[in-house]
Design a protein around this ligand. Structure first.
Ligand SMILES: [Zn+2]
Length: 130
């Protein structure tokens, strides 16, 4: 990826060094990448969340998730995208909690339900690999 990434709040450049990887946060809720946040712009709570984001891999390929819950194919796509984007059930649950807190719309509530269901599925997959 060649695009220069910056803190979306203050514009500081993200360099992808080990210390940046450890301290920068990615604001990203259920398929919607908001942007990277440098340590200076993070609240103490967000600093704690940066630790969780460390387990996530590159989000740059993520697409916004818009869906019709009546469409089974779309539901499968959402499941796949959530698993590809979040990598771990912990990260997916964390995002679900944040989305639940951030948005009370019906589609957000449904996405939270789907995400928690997918997280349980990921738990089972991980369990089977052990
Ligand atoms: Zn910043």
């Amino acid at each position: 990826m060649s695009k220069v990434e910056r803190c979306y709040r203050c514009g500081k450049r993200y360099r992808g060094t080990e210390s940046h990887l450890d301290t920068w946060n990615v604001e990203y809720i259920m398929g919607i990448l908001i942007g990277r946040v440098c340590p200076d712009c993070q609240s103490p709570e967000e600093n704690a969340e940066a630790e969780i984001d460390m387990v996530l891999e590159d989000h740059s390929g993520a697409e916004e998730i818009i869906f019709d819950p009546a469409d089974d194919d779309e539901l499968r796509q959402i499941t796949r995208r959530l698993m590809e984007s979040y990598k771990t059930p912990e990260a997916l649950r964390h995002a679900a909690n944040r989305l639940e807190a951030a948005c009370q719309r019906d589609d957000a509530k449904l996405m939270v339900l789907i995400a928690r269901h997918v997280a349980r599925h990921m738990d089972r997959v991980i369990e089977e690999r052990r």
